[in-house]
Design a binder for this molecule. Structure first.
Ligand code: ADP
Ligand code: MG
Length: 233
Protein backbone atom coordinates (compact mmCIF):
# COMPACT_ATOMS: atom_id res chain seq x y z
CA UNK A 1 0.00 0.00 0.00
CA UNK A 2 2.82 2.35 1.00
CA UNK A 3 6.42 2.07 -0.06
CA UNK A 4 9.05 4.69 0.64
CA UNK A 5 12.70 4.55 -0.23
CA UNK A 6 15.55 6.71 1.02
CA UNK A 7 13.30 9.57 2.05
CA UNK A 8 15.04 12.76 3.15
CA UNK A 9 13.55 15.95 4.53
CA UNK A 10 15.21 19.09 5.88
CA UNK A 11 13.82 22.35 7.13
CA UNK A 12 15.71 25.51 6.32
CA UNK A 13 15.53 28.32 8.83
CA UNK A 14 17.65 31.25 7.75
CA UNK A 15 21.14 29.86 7.36
CA UNK A 16 20.41 26.80 9.52
CA UNK A 17 19.36 23.49 8.01
CA UNK A 18 17.60 20.95 10.20
CA UNK A 19 17.91 17.50 8.63
CA UNK A 20 14.85 15.76 10.13
CA UNK A 21 14.48 12.60 8.02
CA UNK A 22 17.76 11.06 6.89
CA UNK A 23 16.96 8.15 4.63
CA UNK A 24 13.74 6.46 5.68
CA UNK A 25 12.90 3.10 4.10
CA UNK A 26 9.71 1.31 4.93
CA UNK A 27 6.62 -0.21 3.51
CA UNK A 28 3.13 -0.92 4.75
CA UNK A 29 0.91 -3.66 3.37
CA UNK A 30 -2.82 -3.50 3.02
CA UNK A 31 -4.56 -4.24 6.31
CA UNK A 32 -1.66 -3.36 8.62
CA UNK A 33 -1.98 -1.34 11.83
CA UNK A 34 1.37 0.39 12.31
CA UNK A 35 2.54 2.72 15.06
CA UNK A 36 5.20 5.31 14.25
CA UNK A 37 6.90 5.93 17.58
CA UNK A 38 9.55 8.38 18.65
CA UNK A 39 10.23 11.16 21.10
CA UNK A 40 8.95 14.67 20.61
CA UNK A 41 10.75 16.34 17.71
CA UNK A 42 11.92 13.06 16.18
CA UNK A 43 10.10 13.78 12.91
CA UNK A 44 6.96 11.64 13.28
CA UNK A 45 4.57 14.34 12.11
CA UNK A 46 6.92 15.33 9.31
CA UNK A 47 6.93 11.74 8.08
CA UNK A 48 3.17 11.35 8.42
CA UNK A 49 2.55 14.65 6.63
CA UNK A 50 4.72 13.52 3.73
CA UNK A 51 2.92 10.17 3.61
CA UNK A 52 -0.32 12.15 3.74
CA UNK A 53 0.80 14.44 0.92
CA UNK A 54 0.36 17.45 3.16
CA UNK A 55 4.08 18.10 2.83
CA UNK A 56 6.71 17.30 0.21
CA UNK A 57 9.93 15.32 0.53
CA UNK A 58 13.35 16.62 -0.56
CA UNK A 59 14.57 13.36 -2.09
CA UNK A 60 13.46 9.76 -2.17
CA UNK A 61 10.58 7.85 -3.69
CA UNK A 62 7.07 7.25 -2.47
CA UNK A 63 4.61 4.76 -3.94
CA UNK A 64 1.04 4.88 -2.69
CA UNK A 65 -1.16 2.00 -3.84
CA UNK A 66 1.41 1.42 -6.60
CA UNK A 67 1.15 5.01 -7.81
CA UNK A 68 4.46 6.91 -7.71
CA UNK A 69 3.91 10.13 -5.80
CA UNK A 70 6.23 12.82 -7.03
CA UNK A 71 6.15 16.30 -5.66
CA UNK A 72 2.80 16.99 -7.27
CA UNK A 73 1.21 20.37 -7.72
CA UNK A 74 -1.47 21.39 -5.23
CA UNK A 75 -4.47 20.38 -7.33
CA UNK A 76 -3.10 16.97 -8.25
CA UNK A 77 -1.97 16.31 -4.68
CA UNK A 78 -5.42 17.22 -3.38
CA UNK A 79 -7.04 14.76 -5.80
CA UNK A 80 -4.77 11.90 -4.69
CA UNK A 81 -5.20 12.86 -1.05
CA UNK A 82 -8.99 12.75 -1.24
CA UNK A 83 -8.94 9.45 -3.06
CA UNK A 84 -6.37 7.58 -1.00
CA UNK A 85 -6.05 9.12 2.44
CA UNK A 86 -8.05 9.89 5.56
CA UNK A 87 -6.69 12.00 8.43
CA UNK A 88 -7.22 11.93 12.17
CA UNK A 89 -5.61 14.65 14.30
CA UNK A 90 -4.82 15.13 17.97
CA UNK A 91 -7.04 18.21 18.13
CA UNK A 92 -9.96 16.58 16.22
CA UNK A 93 -10.29 19.53 13.79
CA UNK A 94 -14.08 19.48 13.79
CA UNK A 95 -16.12 22.45 12.65
CA UNK A 96 -17.87 23.80 15.72
CA UNK A 97 -20.92 25.33 14.05
CA UNK A 98 -21.76 22.10 12.23
CA UNK A 99 -23.41 19.02 13.75
CA UNK A 100 -21.60 15.71 14.08
CA UNK A 101 -23.48 14.47 11.02
CA UNK A 102 -22.58 17.57 8.98
CA UNK A 103 -18.94 17.23 9.98
CA UNK A 104 -18.84 13.63 8.77
CA UNK A 105 -20.74 14.50 5.58
CA UNK A 106 -18.46 17.43 4.66
CA UNK A 107 -15.76 15.47 2.77
CA UNK A 108 -18.55 13.84 0.76
CA UNK A 109 -19.86 17.27 -0.17
CA UNK A 110 -16.43 18.05 -1.61
CA UNK A 111 -16.69 14.81 -3.57
CA UNK A 112 -19.94 16.23 -4.98
CA UNK A 113 -22.03 13.40 -3.61
CA UNK A 114 -25.75 14.26 -3.65
CA UNK A 115 -27.19 15.48 -0.33
CA UNK A 116 -29.34 12.50 0.58
CA UNK A 117 -26.60 10.02 -0.26
CA UNK A 118 -23.99 11.83 1.78
CA UNK A 119 -26.28 12.12 4.79
CA UNK A 120 -27.03 8.39 4.65
CA UNK A 121 -23.37 7.57 4.36
CA UNK A 122 -22.41 9.95 7.17
CA UNK A 123 -25.05 8.36 9.40
CA UNK A 124 -23.74 4.89 8.53
CA UNK A 125 -20.23 5.84 9.66
CA UNK A 126 -21.47 7.61 12.79
CA UNK A 127 -23.26 4.38 13.64
CA UNK A 128 -20.05 2.44 13.15
CA UNK A 129 -18.30 4.59 15.75
CA UNK A 130 -21.27 4.26 18.11
CA UNK A 131 -22.58 7.83 17.82
CA UNK A 132 -25.90 7.49 16.04
CA UNK A 133 -27.71 9.20 18.93
CA UNK A 134 -25.32 12.15 18.79
CA UNK A 135 -25.67 12.89 15.08
CA UNK A 136 -27.49 16.20 15.55
CA UNK A 137 -25.30 17.49 18.37
CA UNK A 138 -22.53 20.02 17.92
CA UNK A 139 -18.90 19.31 18.87
CA UNK A 140 -19.12 21.50 22.03
CA UNK A 141 -21.78 19.10 23.38
CA UNK A 142 -19.50 16.08 22.97
CA UNK A 143 -16.73 14.67 25.18
CA UNK A 144 -13.16 14.48 23.87
CA UNK A 145 -13.54 10.79 23.08
CA UNK A 146 -16.80 11.41 21.24
CA UNK A 147 -15.22 14.23 19.23
CA UNK A 148 -12.42 11.92 18.17
CA UNK A 149 -15.00 9.29 17.17
CA UNK A 150 -16.71 11.86 14.96
CA UNK A 151 -13.32 12.69 13.43
CA UNK A 152 -12.70 8.99 12.82
CA UNK A 153 -16.12 8.64 11.16
CA UNK A 154 -15.33 11.67 9.01
CA UNK A 155 -11.97 10.18 7.97
CA UNK A 156 -13.66 6.88 7.07
CA UNK A 157 -16.66 8.36 5.25
CA UNK A 158 -14.70 9.11 2.11
CA UNK A 159 -13.59 5.45 2.15
CA UNK A 160 -9.85 6.10 1.81
CA UNK A 161 -7.27 3.37 1.27
CA UNK A 162 -5.22 4.43 4.30
CA UNK A 163 -6.06 6.21 7.55
CA UNK A 164 -3.31 8.40 9.01
CA UNK A 165 -3.64 9.40 12.66
CA UNK A 166 -1.26 11.92 14.26
CA UNK A 167 -1.31 11.47 18.07
CA UNK A 168 -5.03 10.58 17.96
CA UNK A 169 -5.09 10.08 21.74
CA UNK A 170 -2.81 13.00 22.59
CA UNK A 171 -5.64 15.17 23.95
CA UNK A 172 -7.47 12.36 25.78
CA UNK A 173 -7.21 10.83 29.27
CA UNK A 174 -5.87 7.29 29.42
CA UNK A 175 -9.22 5.49 29.71
CA UNK A 176 -10.62 7.39 26.72
CA UNK A 177 -7.35 6.82 24.84
CA UNK A 178 -7.78 3.06 25.15
CA UNK A 179 -11.39 3.33 23.99
CA UNK A 180 -10.34 5.28 20.91
CA UNK A 181 -7.56 2.75 20.24
CA UNK A 182 -10.10 -0.09 20.64
CA UNK A 183 -12.13 1.58 17.92
CA UNK A 184 -9.04 1.98 15.72
CA UNK A 185 -8.28 -1.74 16.24
CA UNK A 186 -11.85 -2.64 15.30
CA UNK A 187 -11.70 -0.54 12.12
CA UNK A 188 -8.40 -2.21 11.26
CA UNK A 189 -9.92 -5.66 11.80
CA UNK A 190 -12.58 -4.68 9.27
CA UNK A 191 -9.77 -4.34 6.74
CA UNK A 192 -8.58 -0.72 6.87
CA UNK A 193 -4.87 0.09 6.69
CA UNK A 194 -3.99 2.46 9.54
CA UNK A 195 -0.86 4.35 10.63
CA UNK A 196 -0.82 5.84 14.12
CA UNK A 197 1.82 8.35 15.20
CA UNK A 198 2.39 8.35 18.95
CA UNK A 199 5.05 8.93 21.58
CA UNK A 200 3.22 6.71 24.11
CA UNK A 201 4.41 3.07 24.37
CA UNK A 202 1.00 1.88 25.66
CA UNK A 203 -0.70 3.27 22.57
CA UNK A 204 1.94 1.86 20.20
CA UNK A 205 1.51 -1.53 21.83
CA UNK A 206 -2.12 -1.56 20.73
CA UNK A 207 -0.95 -1.62 17.11
CA UNK A 208 0.34 -4.74 15.33
CA UNK A 209 3.72 -3.30 14.43
CA UNK A 210 5.91 -0.52 15.80
CA UNK A 211 8.32 1.55 13.73
CA UNK A 212 10.74 3.43 15.99
CA UNK A 213 12.02 6.73 14.64
CA UNK A 214 15.26 8.10 16.09
CA UNK A 215 17.83 10.59 14.86
CA UNK A 216 16.15 10.74 11.47
CA UNK A 217 16.19 7.02 10.72
CA UNK A 218 14.19 3.94 11.59
CA UNK A 219 15.98 2.50 14.58
CA UNK A 220 13.76 -0.54 15.00
CA UNK A 221 10.81 -2.06 13.14
CA UNK A 222 9.09 -4.79 15.13
CA UNK A 223 5.90 -6.78 15.34
CA UNK A 224 3.99 -6.39 18.59
CA UNK A 225 3.63 -9.54 20.64
CA UNK A 226 -0.16 -9.49 20.92
CA UNK A 227 -0.24 -11.57 24.11
CA UNK A 228 2.27 -9.34 25.88
CA UNK A 229 0.52 -6.21 24.63
CA UNK A 230 -2.79 -7.42 26.08
CA UNK A 231 -1.15 -8.02 29.46
CA UNK A 232 0.62 -4.67 29.35
CA UNK A 233 -2.66 -2.82 28.86
P1 ADP B 1 7.39 15.04 16.07
O1 ADP B 1 6.06 14.96 15.40
O2 ADP B 1 8.07 13.72 16.17
O3 ADP B 1 7.31 15.71 17.40
P2 ADP B 1 8.04 16.93 13.96
O4 ADP B 1 8.00 16.15 12.71
O5 ADP B 1 6.87 17.78 14.27
O6 ADP B 1 8.35 15.95 15.18
O7 ADP B 1 9.32 17.86 13.96
C1 ADP B 1 10.63 17.37 13.76
C2 ADP B 1 11.61 18.52 13.87
O8 ADP B 1 11.41 19.40 12.76
C3 ADP B 1 11.44 19.36 15.11
O9 ADP B 1 12.73 19.75 15.56
C4 ADP B 1 10.65 20.54 14.64
O10 ADP B 1 10.94 21.68 15.42
C5 ADP B 1 11.10 20.71 13.21
N1 ADP B 1 10.06 21.25 12.33
C6 ADP B 1 8.85 20.69 12.10
N2 ADP B 1 8.13 21.40 11.22
C7 ADP B 1 8.91 22.45 10.86
C8 ADP B 1 8.76 23.55 9.96
N3 ADP B 1 7.65 23.71 9.24
N4 ADP B 1 9.78 24.42 9.87
C9 ADP B 1 10.91 24.26 10.57
N5 ADP B 1 11.13 23.24 11.42
C10 ADP B 1 10.16 22.35 11.58
MG1 MG C 1 4.15 15.49 16.01
Amino acid sequence: MIEINDLHKSYKMGSNVLHVLKGINFSVKEGELVAIMGSSGSGKSTLLNILGMLDTMDTGTYMLDRVPIKNLNETKAAQYRNKFLGFIFQSFNLINYKTALENVALPLYYQRMPRKERQDKAMKYLERVGLRDWAYHHPNELSGGQKQRVAIARAMAAEPKVLLADEPTGALDSKTSYEVMDLIQKINQEGNTILVVTHEPDIANMCKRIVHLKDGVIEKDELVNQVMAAEYV
